[in-house]
Design a protein around this ligand. Structure first.
Ligand SMILES: [Zn+2]
Length: 591
């Protein structure tokens, strides 16, 4: 049994997330957590809502709510949707909670003591009309690098260049559109990332196992030169800077990008505070996060969209390394490209694309989980289409997995009643089946270990298909008329295979897998990974005479008219206008 810490990029607080957000971080993290738990490992899966920053303030303003109240409410909305999607977090916290506040203050103080912070006076944009300093992304203007006219003050989303608001040509306020902007001086705390660049490069160099997408993004940023970064802001919403630690920056708050990743630690501490006594809580927290206090044997895996890689491969490690304390750093960093909606961006304002709440209104979570992971944007961006969704459901879930289970159970009940049929001895065909199933399973587990989710779903699909191939070869519906023993053996073998399917499918379609497992009430639990092989274990636990409880229909087929209707409702092919500047599906996700 190994210990695994898993985090997924923290969903930003302002509203329900779309399917692109889900498949880029939270869902694969859940699949991985479920796989490792099923394999018998000690897993801690952590997520939280990312609650600071100006977008939260503006969303609250628009909703007519106090920002703290708004965040509390939206956190519950996101937690509920996550639960209903089967996201099996051990803890879903909030970056605005006191635990995170303490850790953020602690790490800032440590960075100061180690000489990695400094106070710099920066020229900052103040909007006279809005009566406030404008955060970088709320200053809009023309990109000096590529000429794009709606570049944001933090980054040009057309050419990707990182910007300062004062770099922009013809700047204006994104809040009010006002051009009555002034540049005022303000003192801020800067994190001296440049002074940590060599240590971070050496650390990244050692991460040979990172996926190509992750490594290429990390090196791009390192090669361009890691710049020092202001980690405080002139805002009201956020963790206030401790004036005793940083008197020059009194009255400011920590930048959301500084405290959000620390939220992984903060949420873990929420979990330990909830579960353990005050004395035990600190030690239990350290056991996951401090390599000098028990976390040396932890494997830490992070999941995120590609826009989040620089913060997780460089900035967050800079915070932890620069503290001079032995914090647990990420071991495996799995990043995803974009899931687009017909090649364009998911958009709340334009009612385009499917959001988590819409999805659950239409169909149970497993339909979406399967489609999304089978089409996960791993090697390239992928586009959601209703046609592909319909195929994933009708061909894979209904036609392959569901069909095999349904045929098997129907034959058993019709000819042998509601119990596992007795009689007959396995022969050459059963031995062959066993061999193929073991091969498929080995392949499947290898892909899961490698965090190759599309390949894993392909192996799982192939495993499901073995069931139908076997039934076609053995034809129990014919043999039952002439050879009852042989038929009993066929169906008993098929039932054992259905149990294998249930256990193997649990990371991807947990609710359906559980319903299928309940067909075998005398079977308590079968781990996914066993020395003797899952297939042999299933064959041993599915015993002649054991009760069988026929599961209700596993999946239902989607009719073309139904898919057409959804395409109309959510904006389908006709909405395909995705330009280069309009492709990012990662919008507010941070953490
Ligand atoms: Zn540009």
């Amino acid at each position: 049994m190994a210990r695994h810490l898993i985090t997924s990029a923290l969903p930003y607080i302002n509203g329900v997330k779309h399917l692109g957000n889900l498949v880029g971080s939270m869902l694969p993290a859940d699949v991985h957590a479920r796989y490792l738990r099923a394999a018998g490992h000690d897993v801690l899966a952590i997520c939280a809502t990312d609650e600071h920053g100006t977008p939260a303030e503006l969303a609250a303003l628009e909703a007519g709510q106090d920002v703290a109240e708004y965040c509390a409410e939206q956190h519950e909305v996101q937690k509920d949707l996550g639960d209903r999607f089967g996201l099996s977090w051990d803890w879903f916290g909030r970056t605005s909670r006191p635990q995170n506040r303490n850790l953020t203050a602690h790490l800032a103080r440590r960075l100061r003591d180690e000489g990695f912070t400094e106070i710099r006076t920066t020229a900052q944009v103040y909007s006279v009309a809005d009566g406030r300093f404008l955060p970088d992304r709320y200053v809009i203007g023309t990109c000096p690098n590529c000429g794009y006219e709606r570049a944001r003050g933090d980054q040009c989303e057309n050419c990707g260049k990182q910007l300062d608001p004062t770099d922009l040509i013809e700047p204006r306020s994104a809040v009010s559109g006002s051009t009555d902007l002034q540049v005022r001086d303000s003192a801020h705390v800067f994190l001296r990332q440049s002074a940590l660049a060599d240590r971070i490069r050496a650390w990244v160099d050692a991460k040979e196992g990172w996926p190509q997408l992750t490594r290429s993004i990390a090196y791009k940023w390192l090669d361009e030169g890691l710049e020092d970064r202001g980690i405080t802001r002139d805002l009201a919403w956020g963790f206030p800077v401790d004036p005793e630690d940083f008197p020059e920056a009194a009255g400011k708050v920590w930048y959301v990008w500084f405290d959000a990743p620390i939220g992984y630690l903060g949420a873990t501490r929420e979990w330990t505070d909830e579960r353990f006594t005050p004395d035990e809580s600190a030690a239990e927290f350290d056991r996951w996060w401090r390599t000098d206090r028990g976390a040396a044997d932890v494997t830490y895996t992070q999941f995120m969209g590609k826009d989040n890689v620089p913060f997780h491969a460089l900035s967050f490690p800079a915070t932890l390394l620069g503290s001079g304390e032995p914090w647990k750093l990420v071991d495996r960093l799995k990043s995803f490209n974009w899931l687009t909606y017909y090649g364009g961006k998911f958009s709340t304002s334009e009612h385009r694309g499917v959001f988590m709440s819409d999805a659950l209104e239409l169909l149970p979570a497993d339909y979406w989980r399967w489609y999304l992971m089978a089409n996960a944007p791993e090697s390239d961006d992928t586009s959601f289409t209703w046609e592909l969704f319909g195929d994933a459901v009708n061909k894979d879930l209904v036609g392959t997995f569901g069909n095999f289970v349904n045929r098997t159970v129907t034959q058993v009940v019709r000819h042998f009643g509601e119990e596992v049929p007795g009689g007959g001895e396995p022969g050459a065909q059963e031995a062959e089946l066993a061999e193929r199933v073991d091969e498929r399973l080995a392949e499947y587990l290898g892909h899961l270990d490698a965090l190759e989710f599309r390949k894993a779903t392909a192996s799982l699909r192939a495993l499901w298909a073995e069931g139908n191939v076997y039934l076609e070869a053995r034809e129990p519906w014919k043999t039952v008329k002439v050879d009852r023993d042989r038929t009993a053996c066929t169906l008993r073998t098929a039932l054992a295979l259905a149990l294998v399917h249930s256990v193997a499918s649990s990371p991807f379609v947990p609710h359906s897998a559980e319903r299928l497992r309940l067909a075998f009430p005398s079977v308590l639990e079968v781990p996914l990974v066993l020395d003797g092989g899952l297939r042999s274990a299933a064959a041993e636990v599915v015993r002649a005479g054991d009760p069988l409880v026929p599961p209700s229909l596993m999946f239902r087929k989607l009719a073309p008219e139904e898919l057409d209707g959804w395409s109309m409702r959510f904006g389908g092919a006709a909405a395909d206008d995705g330009g280069v500047a309009d492709r990012g599906a990662g919008d507010e996700e941070a953490g």
